[in-house]
Structure formats: C-alpha cells, structure tokens
Design a protein around this ligand. Structure first.
Ligand code: GLA
Length: 721
C-alpha cells in the first residue's frame, strides 16, 4: 500500500534567506530527514541530512547557517565546483542553467522539476523515502525538449553534501580473490575519486559504496555516519570533493568517461538510484539500515532463508560426470545439506568444455561426461531428497564455440581491429545492447528451466571485462552508448527472466565478487563473495562486504585444507565458523573428509540449521575488526526482538603470549538475562555452557573467552530467559 505523506511533510514556510522566502521539502524516513529548499525560479538546495526533525525545527537549520548547496549542480554558468550534469545543447552551447518549475510529493516520492532557463531541457530530481528502513533513494530523469539531439556528457544520479571537520571515508577495493578490502582514511582537501571502468565486472576492484564518518575515525557502533551506494550494474564514478577541510560533496553516477549519451528530441534518460542512509549508531547502524532495505526492498526474495548447498567447482573443477556428481550428492546429503550445484564443465558438443578455452555459449550437455544429460543429474539429486542447481555464463562466449561460429557479429568487437580475448585466450563478451543477443540470453535460462522444470538454482557467472569496445548493433554515432545500452539490455533480460521465473534461485558470480552491487540485487538471491575460500582471508573479505550487503546474500563455502588458493592449512571448525556467518555451503568433495571430520561437519550443518534464521534474518553487529591488525575478529547476530543471538570470535594470527581481548557484545537487550551455550569448542572446555548473564553485562563488561592457538574460534549461542 502506498504511504500517503502528511500534508505537513511539504510545507511552504517563510524564512529570511536573503530576500527570498523559502519553501522547504522534508524527505523523511522513520529516523532520518533530508531537508531541501525548493523555491521556484531558483536551484534546489540541500540544507540538512541527519536525524529526523520536525518542521518546526526548519528555522533552527537556517539560523545555524547550515549547509546550503545546489542539489544538482550543472556545468557552465555559476558552479566552479564538481558538477552533476553537463550537456551540449542542440545549438552547441555547453552551459546549462537549471531553475525549479515545481515540486510535489506523491506517496513516498518527492519530485522536484527543473528546466533550463534558456532551453527546453528538463530535469526531474526524485527522492524516494523508504518507510521500513532509513534508506533514501535518489535519481534523476533528464528530458530533451529541444528540436535537435543533445549530448549528455555527465549525468550523475545524486548529490549529498555535508559540513564537518575531521570526517573520514570508508571504502572498499580489491582484485580477483581479494575483493572488498576495507580502507579508512581522513577526508583531506581535494578530490577523492572511486571509479570503475571494467564495463562488466564492476565490483572486482573498487566498489560503488562508501561510508562517511562525521565523528573522526570510524567506529562500529557509535558516531554519526552517512552511507551511500550507487545501484548500477555498469561503470560508475563516485567523486568526493573536500573544500577547506570541512565541506564535503559526494556526487555519484554512471562514469561519464567514453559514455556520452545522445538524446533525440523528446527522449528521456533515467539515471540509476543512489541509495543513502544516515545513522548515529556508527558504521554498524549504516550496515543494518542497508541490510533491512535489502530484505524489504532490494534483494530478490529478501525474506526467504537460503539453502545449504554443495557446489562442485573446487571438488572436481571441470571434471564433472554423472558418477562423480552422484558421489558428491551422497556426500552433501549425508552431511545434511539441501542443494547440489553442478559448476562449469557440463556442456559443449563440438567444443567440449574440458578446459576454459572453449565451449561458452554451447549450452547443451557434454554427452561424453553426462550421457543422460541434465535431467539425469536432476533426477539423481531428487532421488536423494536434494534440490538441484547448475552453472552458466550467459553473457559470454569463446571464439572456439558453435555460438561464435554461427554469430560472429554478436560479440563486442571493432571491425578494423583484431579481437582482444580474455580467459583461456579465447573468451569474448556478447553484445547485450543487441536485442537478438538479449533474446538469446533469455532463452538459455528459459530452455534450461523448460527442459528441467524442477531446476531450483542457477549460478550466473561472468569472467571477463569489456575488451573490444565496439558494437556492430549500435550505429557509428552511438558507440559511446555501449556501456549504458549493454547494461540496460542486461537488466531488461534479467527482468524478463524474473517475470517468468520468480522462484528460481539465482546466484550472481563474476569470478567471485566481481559484480557485488545493489543494481544487480533485485534479480539475484545471493552472490559468490570471492573465489578465495581461505577462511583466514575470508574474514577480511566478508567483513568488508558485510558493510553494505546482508548475510543471507553472501555465499560462504567451506573448502578443502590445504586451501586451493593459498595452500593454508586451517582446521575444519575454524573453516565452518567463518563460513557460518553467511549463507553456508561447501566447495569440496565431501568424500575427502576423514571420518572424524565428517562427523564434525554433520554437527556443524545441523547447528547451522538451528541458528540460520538468526544469521540470515537477524541484525548484524560487527565487533572487533580483523583490520585492527591484532589477529582477532568478532561479530554477532541478534534477532529483531533481541530474544536470541549468536556470537562468533576468532584468532587468526598467533604471537607468543598474546592476550585474548575482552569480548564486548552489542545489540542485546540490556535488561534481559541470556543463557549461553557453546558450539563444539574443539580446543577449549565449554566454559560458558549454561551460564547466564545480563545483556548489560555482556555489552559493558564483556567476556574473557580465551582463544589460545592460531585458528581457534568460539561460537556462543545466547537465548533470553
Ligand atoms: C569463476 C567462478 C568460480 C567457478 C569458475 C568456473 O571463476 O568464480 O566459482 O564457477 O568461474 O569456471
């Protein structure tokens, strides 16, 4: 049901702002307010973003001489700061001067309409206030009313500005197998740019999410923090301009480099959403707001608890066949798992997928490996009471494939240049701007499900960047539309898939976490966090990722020891304890476990089933960061009603005589008493088993839960009594 805003939410008030009278608009979520002034004939101004305020406090905002900054600065007239919009008009004029022509609130939307003073060029600013979480989404719709085409050179989604000395930024960057590494640094004068030019795997290196801490060095559970996430599947740019140490302006949007977009007369362009939140509960408060927004609004099936699965990749890589898959199915069934996923290697006829040099695009079963095809695999899973899933990489092909032989014009390419190839020396990216390619990508999923109606899960992978920047579908004057039109084509294909198959579980993967962005999440149930399954390194990657993404979406798998990526040897308990803080799965041959390990794994899976709703649906509190550099880490999950919680602590580095920190919990009911139980302390006695403490004690005084050896960990379950 649409929430009807109170009339008071949008009220004309008289203030002494120069000689003007100010008309203010409040964009309210349960705990936050964004206040803008929207005087007709003027530019929209941001004055306040913070804890929720009432209209009677608007005067205080003005009297305090608070921020007063253009909410969508355009290039070429007055602003010498960073701009959000730059346009070459039909007559060649590169300047734009926007003025408000009207504003309105409809349900949870606030719309501010702007027009260029000299041209029929229009911009509508949208702000959507989410009533069930403290996230505001903002985007723009730009329209060409001129008589000839205009060219958008820069077209950001949104702007946020604040005034605070000593603010810090938290951002995330990485590479393959080391995604989402966290960096925290003070904001200093100048321009901080977070940008991605990959074209396809746009979260592999820098990520499109930042937090700005207003009270100095970022804290987990205290202090004022703004969080911002650009929800866009393609290239992006986040600019943070700091002037005079205290004025910080964030402008976020599609990266304009090589992406100028022509609008014909009458055409419009909608920018992706920039999601914003504000919290007084530190970075953790920002994370919890984004997680809740994910559950309620953005993540596909955000309230449904996820299955425990076995994925075949690290167990057998491309050496899949009926027999080995059935062995793995037996293994995961014995451990208590619920779903088996066959990864890469199951397809290809003329070009069999025996390695990564061929076969992408030829989505028919390799009958040498699987004589009875996918239906036989699915039946084998079903016979064992398991659900079944399968891997595809639909936007890609290899130059050695029947698909490429039939449709060489479907790949991104430039007619005058030799192809630059990716993985396996042969991989190519399909041109998703081409509607025929969109139909083909839709048909891959459609045919798989039609042929296997009980198919439960798809792993949708993507292992190459946008090399060969050129489309034979787009006309020569529209080549700069490629990134935008590729991603519009991808999104509309995903929308079509979701409209037909809303219950299909789809994992987003891009060589690991190379596509982790809120722009994708409406179509996906979860994502593969990283190809690095080393539990020690996963502590860092998962810590970073959890800043903006909820645990239920984070695929975390227990793999073999020594680890295949790092060679590190880590006990099974530690590997489980790290994987259990997300959507638990396994990435190995269960038959490689010895009897003792198998018994342990059974207990761990059974225990995870008990705590799964707390982990996947509860509130996450990060406690001790692995990035502190002391070799320890802890976090916990608490149900919304605070009646249950699960606490995890880890020691991942070892120094002689290193003291274990005192573990302070968070998020509990201070007045409640909790009974503690410990899950499988491999190296310690169950010291806390059955003991009771008040929530206040656990948060203020904390526990001395000793962790002595490297890779020791504890999991403590708390229940209110
Ligand atoms: C990518 C994925 C892996 C696996 C392989 C298969 O690297 O991240 O999990 O699916 O592709 O080729």
């Amino acid at each position: 049901m649409k929430k009807i805003f109170s009339l008071l939410a949008f009220c004309p008030l008289l203030f002494s702002v120069g000689k003007l009278s100010a008309k203010d608009v409040f964009v309210n979520t349960p705990k936050t307010t964004l206040m803008l002034s929207v005087n007709e004939g003027s530019t929209p101004r941001i004055h306040y973003y913070g804890s929720r305020i009432s209209h009677s406090q608007a005067q205080e905002i003005y009297d305090a001489m608070s921020i007063n900054y253009d909410a969508y600065p355009a290039f070429g007239r007055t602003s010498f700061d960073e701009t959000a919009l730059s346009v070459t008009h039909a007559d060649g004029n590169m300047s734009t001067e926007l003025a408000i022509t009207g504003s309105r609130q409809e349900g949870d939307l606030t719309i501010i309409s702007l027009k260029d003073k000299a041209y029929k060029f229009f911009v509508d600013l949208y702000y959507k206030a989410n009533s069930e979480s403290d996230v505001i989404e903002t985007w723009t719709v730009i329209r060409n009313g001129e008589k000839k085409p205009i060219r958008l050179e820069q077209y950001a989604s949104g702007v946020m500005t604040l005034r605070q000395e000593g603010a810090w930024i938290t951002h995330f960057h990485g590479t393959w197998a080391a995604e989402s590494q966290m960096t925290e640094e003070p904001l200093t004068p100048g321009l901080k740019t977070i940008v991605n030019h990959d074209g396809v795997r746009t979260a592999m290196d820098d990520r499109a999410e930042v937090m700005i801490s207003l009270d100095g060095k970022p804290q987990e559970n205290s202090g004022r923090v703004i969080g911002a996430a650009l929800c866009w599947t393609g290239n992006y740019k986040l600019r943070l301009e700091t002037r005079g140490k205290y004025r910080h302006t964030l402008i976020a949007g599609i990266d304009e480099l090589h992406t100028a977009y022509t609008l014909r007369p009458g055409e419009s362009f909608q920018t992706p959403e920039l999601a914003l939140t504000y919290s007084t509960e530190g970075k953790g408060g920002v994370s919890r707001a984004f997680h809740r927004w994910g559950h309620n609004v953005k993540l596909h099936n955000g309230h449904q608890v996820r299955d425990i699965l076995l994925n075949s990749w690290e167990g057998v890589y491309m050496n899949v066949n009926q027999e080995v898959c059935e062995q793995m199915m037996d293994g995961i069934r014995e451990l208590g798992g619920e779903l088996f996923v066959v990864d890469d290697g199951w397809f290809g006829r003329k070009y069999r997928r025996t390695d990564d040099t061929q076969g992408l695009g030829d989505w028919m079963t390799d009958t040498q490996k699987l004589p009875d095809g996918v239906p036989a695999l699915l039946k084998a899973a079903e016979d064992r009471g398991l659900k079944f899933g399968i891997w595809i990489e639909p936007e890609m092909t290899n130059s050695k494939s029947e698909l490429y032989e039939a449709h060489p014009d479907w790949v991104l390419a430039h007619p005058t240049r030799e192809l630059s190839k990716g993985r396996g020396g042969t991989q190519l990216v399909l041109d998703m701007s081409n509607p025929k390619v969109q139909d083909y990508v839709f048909s891959i999923v459609d045919n798989l499900v039609k042929g296997n109606p009980k198919l439960h899960y798809i792993k949708w992978d993507c292992n190459m960047s946008m090399n060969n920047y050129g489309s034979s579908y787009l006309t020569s004057d529209r080549q700069s539309h490629l990134v935008v039109d590729f991603h519009r084509g991808l999104r509309s294909t995903l929308e079509r898939i979701r409209a037909k198959y809303p219950d299909l579980v789809i994992q987003l993967c891009a060589g690991g976490g190379g596509r982790v962005n809120w722009g994708f999440m409406p179509y996906f149930d979860e994502f593969w966090v990283s190809d690095d399954t080393d539990a020690q390194q996963r502590l860092f990657i998962q810590w970073g990722t959890s800043h903006f993404f909820p645990t239920m979406a984070m695929a975390q798998h227990v793999s073999a020891s020594p680890n295949h990526q790092t060679g590190r040897i880590i006990p099974l308990k530690f590997r489980f304890d790290v994987a259990m803080t997300g959507r638990l799965g396994m990435e190995m041959k269960p038959s490689d476990l010895n009897d003792r390990e198998r018994e342990y794994a059974k207990k761990a899976v059974a225990f995870y089933k008990e705590i799964r709703p707390v982990i996947q649906l509860g509130d996450q509190y990060r406690l001790l960061s692995p990035y502190e550099g002391n070799g320890f880490c802890s976090q916990m999950f608490v149900t919304e009603d605070k009646s249950e919680a699960v606490f995890f602590c880890y020691k991942f580095e070892h120094y002689v005589d290193l003291h274990t920190p005192r573990w302070h919990m968070a998020g509990l009911d201070p007045d409640a008493t909790y009974r503690l139980t410990e899950f499988e302390c491999s190296e310690h006695e169950h010291y806390f088993e059955g003991k009771t403490f008040s929530g206040k004690f656990l948060m203020e005084t904390g526990l001395d839960a000793n962790l002595s050896r490297q890779f020791s960990s504890r999991v403590i379950r708390l229940k209110k009594i």
